[in-house]
Design a protein around this ligand. Structure first.
Ligand SMILES: Cc1ncc(COP(=O)(O)O)c(C=O)c1O
Length: 402
């Protein structure tokens, strides 16, 4: 037997057994052709990237004569950038010390590092139902036992959360209180307060993932869990939706003892996050008013969300329920019980419309009738045409299923 077939027979580590490839990345391969109107991606709108501003800040750095911008750096991240992040939290009324901020390779790496630091096989983790696919994947590598808790219109079901926390003693709860991915749902003030009350004084960390909080196009900002229980809250943030995703710049805010562990995990993973892009984003934040830029993004996504809701109201049968996000990039539809969203996907793609069926957002693998629709990357006319086509397929399936 040659050595390559020996190698193929060699057993891989159990860690990745049963952890699927990202379902969305697979779907995007089908949805990529130009004739498809795609509500499937989760991408920020590239037309809004601050290309010229970044180019000018990069030029400034590159011609500064400071050769350290291209050198290895410390694990925690560039202090100038960490101070800027702390200042942004201060503007929201949250007191975060730069020493408690770790710069990561996107918030996706934050999820991986937290999983490494906290999860032993079989440990229990509360996750929203439906939950963020990227977190389900990152956590699954470490083989936890998920406790899915349903989302209601105003955030997680706090009765079910209290039951889960009391009966199952989870180590972590992973929540996205602002414009959740995939549902677009935001937690009300009362739900946030209640969640904090339930978690307070238990041996439990609450991971608050907030990639979309700044992209608000309706309503008023609401307090973070960090406002209520700072010592038990770990915050995840990112520049992916407010500046650009390509730089892969995110961060974790964590208490001192958690930070110590995270730094070890980060060193083992990659020593530190790309130093040049840290310097570049810091330079950009110094040279330009990012809040102005965020306001432009929010206005645009607000218009796109409005168009999608108008199209849904005009075309979808009344049996289809949908969320009305106040920010972010997604809304969530619930079809009549007997319509299978995977089948709807297969039929819609024949009509050149794509979306993400709800399946990968559930840890209990149900046969589902829910779908995620992204509105940030389509213009008004595409939105109307895409929703109209989708509604035709839904109506056909409803007629077949009576
Ligand atoms: C809820 C949530 N968390 C984390 C991420 C990962 O973001 P990043 O680009 O910072 O890795 C995303 C990206 O879409 C997200 O929706």
């Amino acid at each position: 037997m040659d050595s390559s077939s020996e190698l193929k027979k060699m057993a891989f580590a159990q860690r990745l057994e049963g952890v699927p490839r990202s379902f969305i990345r697979e779907i995007l391969k089908v949805a990529i052709s130009p004739e498809v109107i795609s509500f499937a991606g989760g991408l920020p709108n590239k037309d809004l990237f601050p290309l010229e501003a970044l180019s000018s800040s990069a030029q400034k750095l590159m011609t500064s004569g400071d050769r350290n911008i291209l050198q290895y750096s410390n694990t925690e991240g560039y202090i100038g950038l960490r101070k800027k992040i702390a200042e942004r939290y201060a503007k929201k009324g949250l007191s975060v010390h730069p020493d408690n901020i770790l710069i990561t390779n996107g918030s996706q790496q934050g999820l991986d590092l937290l999983a490494k630091v906290f999860i032993n096989e079989g440990d229990k983790i509360v996750i929203e139902k439906p939950g963020y696919l990227g977190a389900i994947q990152a956590f699954s590598v470490f083989r936890p036992s998920f406790i899915p808790v349903p989302l209601l219109d105003d955030g997680i079901d706090t009765i079910r959360l209290e039951e889960a926390v009391t009966n199952e003693s989870p180590r972590l709860a992973y929540l996205i209180p602002n414009f959740q991915n995939p549902s677009g749902i935001s937690y009300s003030y009362e739900t946030r307060q209640r969640v904090a009350d339930i978690c307070r004084n238990r041996l439990l960390y609450l991971i608050e993932d907030d990639p979309y909080g700044d992209i608000r196009f309706k309503g008023e900002p609401l307090p973070s869990f960090y406002h209520f229980i700072p010592e038990q809250t770990i915050l995840l943030g990112t520049f992916s939706k407010t500046v650009v995703p390509a730089f892969r710049l995110g961060w974790i805010v964590a208490p001192d003892d958690v930070m110590d562990k995270l730094i070890i995990a980060k060193q083992a993973a990659d020593l530190h996050t790309d130093y040049f892009t840290q310097r570049l984003v810091c330079q950009y934040l110094t040279d330009y008013d990012v809040d102005n830029h965020i306001a432009t993004i929010s206005r645009s996504y607000g218009e796109q969300a409005k168009a999608m809701i108008a199209a849904i109201e005009q075309y979808f049968p009344p049996e289809v329920k949908y969320t009305r996000p106040e920010g972010g990039m997604f809304l969530w539809i619930t079809l009549p019980r007997n319509i299978n969203s995977m089948e709807l996907f297969d039929r819609s793609i024949q009509e050149n419309v794509a979306f993400v069926p709800g399946n990968p957002f559930y840890t209990d693998n149900e046969n589902v009738n829910t779908c995620r629709l992204n509105f940030s990357c389509s213009n008004e006319s595409e939105i109307f045409i895409g929703i109209q086509k989708l509604s035709q397929v839904i109506r056909e399936m409803m007629a077949e299923n009576v």
